[in-house]
Ligand binder design. Structure first.
Ligand code: XIL
Length: 301
């Protein structure tokens, strides 16, 4: 069970850090591992916040998921400005080698590539990675990550692919192709930024087909945004949703990771993403457990 942590809160709010240390055994950094923050200028790495998170995890016996190495968002302008395939491959290789080897043995799982597909299940052409390198940028990214830490679990991660749909179809076909080409990919992460009452039958069917194809799966960024102010009934629906999604993971032999995108309503990206929505996480702003927390505890016990 994991949570994404925000670096400023981890630094400045002892109660936040304490709850994170007691309640979770996996942590992810919400932003500190992203390309623009970790390599703001070419070849100059700023590991301070990421190091602090990894040290925190180590001190509390927690695993770390590294998020993320290759993504179109939160990538630096200097990398986007490169329009030569060989040059951008060299930048990608250097970035992945530097970051993954810095954390070798201390980051258990990497989201190597994030959000590369369209809703139609095709590889997105809106990414500078795809435009400059071509469709093989995913293969290359996974190879570079594997070179730097052969023991880390390597994931492809995306949103709106939790259920059986065109996007998940495309991802499944693509990762099968990667395997067939000998590319080292261990699993697929489904982000899980969802609304209440999702189609859990479809989620379970999707899990099963990735499992049957030999992939690990994970829910990597779960949150369940509610229209504000949320009623007691909506908080109950949210609890049912969290427990149901956790249940899908627990029932799938290949799902070993359930991470929420934050853990307290004090710090969540939802309100900035969807104005008027929030209350998306299992702890309230004062760090009191919400119905969603108790529903997950019930399911776990
Ligand atoms: C979000 C963070 O939560 C925000 O703080 C940041 O401003 C933007 O990115 N999918 C992902 C995450 O894979 O990296 C995103 O995180 C949320 C959507």
């Amino acid at each position: 069970m994991g949570a994404a942590l925000a670096a400023p809160a981890l630094r400045n709010e002892p109660d936040y850090a304490y709850t994170a240390s007691q309640q979770y055994d996996i942590v992810v950094s919400e932003n500190s591992f992203k390309f623009d923050l970790i390599e703001p200028t070419p070849g100059k790495f700023t590991f301070a916040d990421a190091d602090r998170l990894v040290a925190f995890a180590h001190a509390h016996g927690q695993q770390v998921r590294g998020h993320t190495l290759v993504w179109v968002q939160q990538a630096p302008q200097w990398a986007k400005a490169i329009h030569n395939r060989d040059q951008l491959i060299a930048v990608m290789r250097n970035h992945i080698h530097a970051v993954v080897s810095h954390f070798k043995g201390r980051v258990a799982q990497w989201d190597v590539v994030n959000e590369a597909f369209t809703g139609y299940g095709t590889l997105s052409t809106d990414s500078f990675w795809q435009q400059t390198i071509g469709d093989d940028y995913l293969d290359l990214a996974f190879q570079f990550a594997h070179e730097a830490d052969p023991d880390a679990k390597l994931f492809y991660n995306d949103f709106l692919a939790e259920g059986v749909n065109a996007k998940a179809d495309g991802i499944l076909a693509f990762v099968k192709g990667m395997r067939a080409r000998g590319i080292p990919i261990d699993g697929v992460g489904f982000q899980g930024h969802i609304a209440v009452n999702p189609d859990l039958v479809s989620y379970a069917a999707n899990m099963k087909r990735f499992n049957d194809a030999g992939f690990e799966t994970a829910y990597t960024e779960v949150d369940v945004g509610l229209h504000l102010p949320a009623s007691q009934a909506e908080l109950q629906d949210q609890a049912t949703t969290y427990a149901g999604m956790l249940n899908v993971c627990l029932q799938a032999p290949n799902c070993h990771t359930f991470v929420t995108w934050g853990f307290t309503d004090r710090h969540s990206w939802i309100s900035s993403q969807i104005p008027g929505y929030g209350d998306a996480l299992p702890f309230d702003v004062a760090l009191n457990p919400k119905p969603a927390y108790w529903a997950m505890i019930n399911r776990l016990t």
